[in-house]
Design a protein around this ligand. Sequence first.
Ligand SMILES: [Zn+2]
Length: 71
Amino acid sequence: MVGATLVVMAQLVRDGLEVVMVVAVGGMLWAAVTRLRRGDLRVYRCARCRRPTSRGYPRCRHCGLEQPDAT
Ligand SMILES: [Zn+2]
């Protein structure tokens, strides 16, 4: 009986570790997705055509609009 209890407890510990691993990996993935989303929002978009362009250029590469807050 004691042996069987130990086996059950060992299985519970293994299952618990598995859950912790899944939660940790899931949390890491979620953080990565959140970072990507934030990075996507930070992409500079043209004031007229809303397409991503570079802040390094004074004019949009797509429609030629001069960017009001380009650096
Ligand atoms: Zn544009």
